[in-house]
Design a protein. Structure first.
Length: 301
């Protein structure tokens, strides 16, 4: 097979591991800088060009699209879909997952457990919005934030009001979420491939920090999921339409709560902690599913 990896940096851990796994299984693999792709959009023979070359004859594409280039990256993936190339994660699924508010609305529609979440535009509605999510302490999140950036824990109503007013004054979109105290600064990253959780780790925040992201110094610990946690993770990925996803779950008194579904989950943490060859499992999924024209959006919205 000829596999293309859309990535801005071939030296990133996840990209390197996918290259290694592809070669180990005898496939031809090529890393393509997403931002250097440009497209000829026509009804009969759409094409993608890269550094003066017409990209063709790929059997599968693995999108590793960073948040900062979501719009352009999804457009490139969409163009490959138009060329009937199998894409591991589809453009619509990627854009669903990248829109935090939209993804939560989709999960809500299907009855998936998640923290109580509030969203508003006017500063006049702050008091009621704070009450809506259960009052302080509460979590305030930038919709465009990643790796825990733009996430604030407000422990009092006055602190919450000040932060919300500041964000709204800057004309940025934010959402409020209830603070799940019993999670104790930990969440679970579930790595989903197809209809199965292939690896899971607890990400524990460092002392004095409530954000458990590994990028912020959190530590990873291997964990075993309960049946309901596995079902929740798989269902969340399915609702987004993602074949490969990182589903972040909080353990709460009322069961597993989905915080976020990641369309380009990193491999490093889950591979190092679990010892599993996640990259190889991804390539095996492509081997089993990459047929011309098989790319078809799953889910709604």
């Amino acid at each position: 097979m000829k596999i293309g990896i859309l990535s801005e940096d071939k030296n990133l851990y996840s990209t390197r591991r996918l290259i290694e796994a592809s070669k180990e299984k005898g496939h031809e693999v090529r890393v393509i800088n997403t931002l250097r792709c440009y497209m000829n959009i026509t009804s009969k023979s759409p094409t993608i060009h890269y550094r003066g070359e017409n990209l063709e004859d790929f059997d599968a594409i693995i999108p590793r699209i960073g948040h900062s280039i979501s719009f352009y990256g999804a457009s490139v993936v969409r163009q490959f879909e138009m060329m009937h190339v199998f894409c591991l994660n589809e453009s619509v699924a990627i854009t669903r997952a990248r829109d935090k508010l939209r993804s939560l609305q989709l999960l809500s529609r299907k009855g998936v457990g998640m923290p109580i979440t509030g969203f508003a535009h006017s500063p006049d509605d702050i008091d009621d919005l704070i009450k809506m999510v259960g009052g302080p302490p509460l979590v305030i999140k930038l919709l465009e934030g990643t790796h825990g950036i733009g996430v604030v824990l407000a422990e009092t109503k006055s602190a919450a009001t000040s932060v919300i007013e500041a964000f709204l004054g800057l004309k940025v979109n934010i959402m409020l979420q209830e603070y799940i105290k019993e999670s104790n600064g930990a969440d679970i990253r579930c790595f989903v491939i197809g209809n199965k959780v292939v690896g899971s780790i607890i990400r524990q925040a460092i002392p004095g920090e409530f954000r458990s992201n590994l990028h912020r110094g959190g530590t990873g610990i291997k964990t075993k999921l309960t049946p309901i946690e596995r079902k929740t993770a798989v269902e969340a990925a399915k609702i987004m339409g993602l074949n490969v996803a990182g589903v972040d779950i909080l353990r709460s008194k009322r069961g597993p709560l989905v915080m976020e579904v990641n369309a380009s989950p990193g491999l490093k943490g889950v591979e190092e902690v679990t010892g599993k060859n996640i990259a190889s499992l991804i390539i095996e999924f492509i081997e089993d599913n990459s047929k011309p024209g098989k790319t078809k959006t799953r889910g709604k919205g």
